[in-house]
Write a protein that binds this ligand. Sequence first.
Ligand code: NAD
Length: 299
Amino acid sequence: MTAQLIDGRHLARRLRARFRERVAALSARGVVPGLAVVLVGDNPASELYVANKVKACADCGVRSFMHRFHMDCRETELLDRIAALNVERGTHGILVQLPLPPQINARRVLESIVVDKDVDGFHLYNVGALVVGNSIFPPCTPYGVQLLLETTGIDVAGKNVVVVGASNIVGKPMALMLLQREATVTVCHVKTRDLAQHTIHADILVVAAGKPGLIKAEMVKEGAIVIDVGINRMADGRIVGDVDFEPVRERASWITPVPGGVGPMTVTMLIENTLRSAERFADGEAFHPPQPFWQVPAG
Ligand code: NAD
């Protein structure tokens, strides 16, 4: 069996064409969607990710506003800026590019973003909402994987899903989303003993470990769907995933390539969340008082 490719670029292009229609509809209602991007320091990888996000915004007609801070900036400077963005009417989404330098408490910064503009879905409210299955903004990478899985036409309900990787931004939310869709989910991580013993039972295998070549063909069930979230830059400059692509392709029924699989979808889902935020704004559903919800006085 040679797996069919799940083409993230193609799906991203189709979604973005629809986004442009939604932007036009919003504009007719007097709303231009806007995303604020907060970048601290000059980490080349972060610069690249941010440049991709800004480009995707421009491609869809979403305005983006860069907020750059020096590597040595104080946490209060960031918190003050986010407080201002929380109440700015032209800003519908606030994204803080991670990682942040060590003098800054990333959790505190993420919690300071008002829930209505948390388009990355990292605020504890959105994380908790994911657990009960009604988050406003699902985190972008697992959200993109979910749509990629839908393109195969296979219903995940009742399937054995194995997620390799348990980070807060990919593995854990991915597992929760698939559990919500009634899959039987196993989550593996760096301390999992005998990884292959788990992966071999997967009807759907989602890998997000950041380890090139981690998943070999003999670890994959014949006919499985394999989603490779990993992005690894090799010494020769090649970008590869976590899956040994060619041999695994001979066993799987569907597989995502790297690059061109999950990556384009992550950025696309950020735009989806920003548009959703702008639409909530236009419908009068969003923009409650800007305090974090636990500080809103009772009554
Ligand atoms: P992370 O380092 O925060 O987490 C990695 C997870 O993998 C951990 O839970 C760890 O326990 C597990 N792990 C590591 N080695 C393992 C092993 N040998 N066996 C089993 N589990 C192992 O990383 P992350 O932020 O979740 O990202 C994971 C990968 O996905 C990276 O390559 C990253 O670049 C990529 N990524 C891609 C996108 C995208 O849009 N395609 C988005 C986010 C992250």
